[in-house]
Design a protein around this ligand. Structure first.
Ligand SMILES: Cc1ncc(C[n+]2csc(CCOP(=O)(O)OP(=O)(O)O)c2C)c(N)n1
Length: 564
């Protein structure tokens, strides 16, 4: 069948099961947009290409499918860059399609020409420049294959305008994509499995470190079975949250820079660590030379290049997590770990009295209260998408996620402006879910224009702006490490209720804890996206905190309140 390159793009998207595409048109991608009219795929017109990238990413994270974003050449493509890097660092499967100037003018600084494959080389799992119509179909199919197999990641396909306009005798190819084997030699040998199992079976103080790979690898149930049988406690990375039920007795909670003190102390005391689908990010390890010195380390990972990248491990087990865990689990014997459990319980010490929840009510509204109440009011079932900053850490600490894929957050890149568009993408993937955006006043303003996309698409989100009038997390660093010199962190904001109103959306303001429940219930009852402006305490701090590069011993904790 004679098809243009542009028609082939939509054919392949349909064949790959894509239901919606997030994008923004322009000259170099006009043929693809023109062919959209002949396709049944839904296109969401965003307000900024960064929004398209985060929406596709949110869609991918919520659904486990591949998200798709498209943009024109030059500024359209470069506006995707932050979203591509965000997807790369968090292993999110997104295919980006960009229009490129015609192949005959490539390299001449033609109007809106940018070498986007060059620009995105280090922040994509793979990228392609397509200059011939006959390559459009096979290349796009490869892109989907690469994005979703192995360790997921973003793939960019840049298609010249002439390749879009040209015609080709195209028949959809149903055969599975064949690519040269990319993963090197497997380490999943019987010896390695036995060695790991031996370490775990004889450990007195074993601990599991669970990351997002547990969810990406579809290993959540396997992990739960394994933990319930062996009674080994689990600590979570930020992106691992939801991979193991938060309210489970053996879930210790989040580790790392803002993890609870006892979790980090338990890691430092452990004799065997079983790291599953996590990559020893520096926010997790602090000073890597001092990380868990007493522990033998076992690392279950799909990506070989993560092995020994930050922390030297004793037993690497590289491969598909389901496969690895199901082979390892039956080899591990159970021992009585109750002394270890009691030890961890003792580590909690005075933590409870330091918790903001137990402090006397000062009449001020605290973000931790807002998030904890939201958890109660939504019965822990909402799909929450956070932005980046203090509110992100409070969310991780106070919203207890018992289910996988219910917390979406930019962990690796820490991208402000992520939450609102990513939530919109997640809502497209899971229309039946109650979606909450938890966002700071700074990050909200980076992509608030996407409220208008919510209206155009008639999509219902609930937006909780944690408004402290500061770029809070940076202010916190200035408080601790720069002697309270608040350079460029106080922020004057527009009236967020009026901003909602300008979009024809309901907006509410909350200044006291007693007002939270009503505003939340009114937002939930509204059929449209609703915005709540939570005016929280301005100079509140996320505790505990391990300063960058420091060790757990140097952890900063909330001062114990002095009671008269
Ligand atoms: C795009 C981007 N620019 C800058 C930063 C650095 N940064 C990290 S947290 C933060 C402050 C966030 O402030 P706000 O959105 O108000 O949230 P809060 O910390 O107050 O909850 C900044 C500026 C970032 N992470 N992303």
């Amino acid at each position: 069948m004679l098809r243009t390159g542009s028609q082939i793009v939509w054919d392949v998207l349909g064949q790959e099961g894509v239901g919606c595409v997030f994008g923004y048109p322009g000259g170099a991608i006009l043929p693809i947009y023109d062919a959209l009219l002949g396709s049944s795929i839904h296109h969401v017109l965003v307000r900024h290409e960064q929004g398209a990238a985060h929406m596709a990413d949110g869609y991918a994270r919520a659904s486990g499918e591949v998200g798709v974003a498209m943009a024109t050449s030059g500024p359209g493509a470069t506006n995707l860059v932050t979203g591509i890097a965000t997807a790369m660092l968090d292993s999110s499967s997104v295919v980006f399609i960009t229009g490129q100037v015609s192949s005959r003018v490539i390299g001449t600084d033609a109007f809106q020409e940018t070498d986007i494959t060059g620009v995105t080389l280090p922040i994509t799992k793979h990228n392609f420049l397509v200059t011939r119509t006959e390559d459009v179909g096979p290349t796009l199919r490869k892109a989907f294959h690469i994005a979703r197999t192995g360790r997921p990641g973003p793939v960019l396909v840049d298609i010249t305008k002439d390749a879009q306009q040209g015609t080709h005798d195209y028949e959809p190819d149903e055969a599975p994509v064949e690519l040269p084997e990319r993963s090197p030699r497997d380490t999943l040998t019987r010896d390695a499995l036995d060695e790991a199992a031996g370490l775990l079976s004889s450990a007195k103080r074993p601990l599991i470190l669970a990351g997002r790979g547990v969810m990406l690898g579809g290993a959540t149930e396997l992990l739960q079975d394994f933990v319930e049988r062996t009674r080994i406690p689990v600590a979570m990375t930020l992106l691992g949250i939801g991979g193991f039920p938060a309210t489970h007795a053996l879930n210790l909670g989040m580790m790392g820079m803002h993890g609870e003190a006892w979790v980090n102390r338990a890691i430092q005391t452990a004799d065997v660590l079983l790291a599953i689908g996590m990559r020893f990010d520096d926010r997790v390890t602090g000073d890597p030379t001092k990380f868990a010195p007493a522990a033998k380390k076992i690392h279950l990972e799909i990506d070989r290049s993560e092995i020994n990248k930050v922390i030297r491990v004793d037993v690497p087990l590289v491969g598909d997590l389901r496969e690895t865990l199901s082979q390892l689990a039956p080899r591990v014997g159970t021992t009585d770990l109750s002394p270890w459990h009691r030890f961890i319980e003792d580590l909690k010490g005075d933590t409870a009295v330091r918790d903001i929840q137990t402090l006397p009510d000062s009449g001020h509204l605290y973000a931790a209260h807002v998030i904890s109440d939201l958890w109660n009011l939504t019965e822990g079932r909402a799909l929450v998408v956070t932005d980046v900053g203090q509110h992100q850490m409070w969310e991780a600490q106070y919203y207890k996620h018992d289910y996988p894929r219910k917390l979406i957050t930019s962990g690796g890149l820490g991208t402000m402006g992520f939450a609102l568009p990513a939530a919109l993408g997640a809502k497209f993937a899971k229309p039946e879910e109650e979606v909450w955006v938890i966002v700071g006043d700074g990050g909200f303003q980076m992509t608030a224009a996407e409220l208008s996309t919510c209206v155009q698409e008639n999509m219902k989100l609930n937006v909780a702006v944690i408004n402290n009038g500061y770029l809070g997390m940076v202010r916190q660093w200035q408080e601790f490490f720069y002697d309270k010199r608040y350079a460029a962190t106080p922020m004057s904001n527009p009236d967020f209720v009026k901003l909602a109103d300008a979009h024809g959306l309901p907006g509410f303001r909350v200044e006291k804890r007693s007002e939270i429940a009503e505003a939340v219930s009114r937002a939930r009852a509204s059929r449209e996206t609703a915005v709540i402006d939570f005016r929280v305490e301005k100079e509140d701090t996320v505790y505990p905190m391990v300063a960058p590069g420091k060790t757990i011993e140097d952890m900063i904790r909330r001062p114990v309140p002095v009671l008269e």
